[in-house]
Design a protein around this ligand. Structure first.
Ligand code: C2E
Ligand code: CA
Ligand code: CA
Ligand code: CA
Length: 280
């Protein structure tokens, strides 16, 4: 029993070493990724629920490293946040997304379509964010009302007063604000009144479950009602099948995003999508 215990201890410490090494490797690679041009953006369309026409797309970051392969954002974004690397990476995302959008605009492919960009909490806390964004809008010619920034509830509640001032400054630039993953963060709803928000995105966990789980369906219904009462547009993400899309439309959800309509697309795929599903 004693030697089994020792084996077990050795097993766990090897396991830990392995994880620490993997993490250190990832951090070293992440530091070089921007300069090495390893990031790219995908774009996932979101559609008007009734007309099923495209309304806009969400930019989603992709990392392809020669050593580590494709690393999902759920793995490297938290590391980028801890190390502060999210600030340079996030400003690259903003600039790149707006540039691509204006290139599409020049090809006549996305007249009036909205571009959504995810913002991390460290970016919202960065005093240079507003100036940075203002510069990006100026340099790229992106119309601010077509740009939407997605924040999560926890971003706003970490430090509500300074977040409120920062969101107000962003709104002054003319951009739109969406609350992402709505329903998973803090239970306090009072911030919905205090922040100048334009849109709620119902977290995909509720949408994925709503056809089999009465509680998920009730939450989805309640969020749509709450959003509309407050004058906000409501988006459902994680819409994987037509039955869910129909149910959401019947509940009055304004916009739908999910694999049912389109996976996140490369820029070339998005161009193709817009040529076939654009709003002419
Ligand atoms: P998110 O902002 O909630 O993005 C939605 C995620 O759901 C994306 O995962 C998308 O590919 C996935 N998704 C879309 N449709 C469906 C569907 O029908 N079913 C299911 N099961 N999933 C669907 P992805 O691209 O892996 O991104 C994960 C998270 O990483 C994002 O969640 C966001 O929090 C973060 N992220 C991605 N890009 C950026 C970025 O540029 N900056 C920041 N700060 N975070 C980012
Ligand atoms: Ca998002
Ligand atoms: Ca989300
Ligand atoms: Ca999420």
């Amino acid at each position: 029993a004693k030697s089994a215990g020792r084996d077990m201890a050795r097993f766990f410490s090897q396991e830990t070493d392995h994880r620490v090494l993997a993490r250190q490797t990832m951090e070293v690679q992440l530091r070089q990724a921007l300069a090495a041009g390893e990031f790219s953006l995908h774009f996932q369309p979101r559609l008007n629920a009734r007309s099923r026409k495209i309304q806009g797309a969400e930019a989603l970051l992709r990392w392809n490293n020669p050593l580590l392969g494709h690393i999902p954002p759920a793995e490297f974004i938290p590391l980028a946040e801890e190390t502060g690397l999210i600030n340079p990476i996030g400003s690259w995302v903003l600039q790149q997304a707006c540039r691509h959008w204006m290139a599409l605009e020049q090809q006549g492919l996305c007249k009036g379509l909205a571009l959504s960009v995810n913002l991390s909490v460290a970016q919202l806390a960065n005093p240079e964010l507003v100036e940075q964004l203002s510069q990006v809008l100026h340099e790229t010619g992106m119309p601010p009302e077509q740009l939407e920034l997605e924040l999560t509830e926890s971003h706003l509640m970490d430090n509500p007063l300074s977040a409120q001032a920062r969101v107000a400054a962003l709104k002054e630039l003319g951009v739109q604000i969406a609350i992402d993953d709505f329903g998973t963060g803090y239970s306090s709803l009072s911030y919905l009144k205090r922040f100048e928000i334009d849109r709620l995105k119902i977290d995909q966990s509720f949408v994925l479950g709503m056809m089999d789980d009465a509680a998920d369906a009730a939450i989805v219904n309640a969020v749509i009602g709450l959003g509309h009462t407050l004058g906000l547009a409501v988006v459902a993400e994680g819409v994987e099948d037509l039955a869910t899309a129909q149910a959401l439309t019947a509940l009055g959800c304004d916009e739908l995003q999910g694999y049912c309509f389109s996976r996140p697309l490369t820029l070339a795929e998005l161009i193709n999508y817009l040529q076939h599903n654009g709003q002419h």
